[in-house]
Design a protein around this ligand. Structure first.
Ligand code: FES
Ligand code: FES
Length: 155
């Protein structure tokens, strides 16, 4: 039996230790906000926070996160920074199809936790691994700036 801490709760998981975290989230715990995109650490759709840092759940075995705090999109509004990011996303209507957006929000939250006033270069670097097939990058950047308080609250 494996014990993980996900969104502040201890969860008992009866799966092999090399099971990817993404399978546990989506298939076992039905936390389907975290998306499966490429499965090989390229697209960022599966991004979650592990001890506050962005991590690719598709290539992270549960054995690597046993003593860590895992946060998914379902609980990001319980974090003050995550809540600001979600509000900015809503304010600016960032998503198009929405598929990549949970991962984008997680990566943006991690960025703002590290860097409260990011430059364009900081944003580009932090978000470069999160691919959006709809091309919402300009709105993502604007929303990150709004969440950081670098622009007016309303567009
Ligand atoms: S699904 Fe994990 S990086 Fe694409
Ligand atoms: S909003 Fe469609 S993939 Fe990003």
């Amino acid at each position: 039996m494996i014990v993980l801490t996900i969104n502040g709760k201890r969860r008992n998981i009866d799966l092999p230790a090399d099971t990817p975290l993404l399978w546990v989230l989506r298939d076992t715990l039905e936390l389907t906000g975290t998306k499966y995109g490429c499965g090989i650490s390229i697209c960022g759709a599966c991004t979650v926070l592990v001890d506050g840092e962005p991590a690719r759940a598709c290539v992270t075995p549960v054995s690597a996160v046993l003593d860590k705090s895992i946060v998914t999109i379902e609980a990001i509004d319980q974090d003050a920074t995550g809540r600001k990011v979600q509000e900015a996303w809503l304010n600016l209507g960032v998503p198009q199809c929405g598929y990549c957006q949970a991962g984008q929000v997680m990566a943006a939250t991690a960025l703002l936790k590290r860097t409260s006033s990011p430059t364009d270069a900081d944003i580009d670097t932090a978000m470069s691994g999160n691919i959006c097939r709809c091309g919402t990058y300009p709105r993502i950047r604007a929303a990150i700036k709004q969440a950081a308080g670098l622009t007016e609250d309303k567009p």
